[in-house]
Design a binder for this molecule. Structure first.
Ligand SMILES: [Zn+2]
Length: 91
């Protein structure tokens, strides 16, 4: 089921990656702490901590090391969204 909003086709069931990441930050499912290191490479088939989609081998993946030793895995685009949004929830 699709809804057309201002000429743009929108799937009302599936939220966009930025919406998911924003909700995860709001609910503290994702941390808002500044990373201490970031690595980029090709995906290894893991699940993105941002959008919950799979990071396929053809996708660019970012691994983000947090001060507590936790590592987040994101699609490159989801890492950018998280980095931009987390500052609004900042510590
Ligand atoms: Zn993602």
């Amino acid at each position: 089921m699709f809804a057309v909003t201002q000429g743009v086709l929108v799937d009302p069931v599936r939220p966009s990656a930025p919406e998911i990441i924003h909700d995860k930050l709001r609910l503290r499912v994702l941390p808002a702490t500044a990373p201490i290191a970031t690595w980029a490479g090709l995906g290894t088939g893991g699940i993105c901590d941002g959008c919950d989609g799979r990071v396929h081998g053809k996708d660019l993946e970012h691994e983000i090391l947090l001060p507590d030793g936790a590592v987040l895995r994101f699609h490159a685009r989801c890492a950018l969204v998280w980095e931009a949004l987390r500052q609004g929830f900042g510590l």
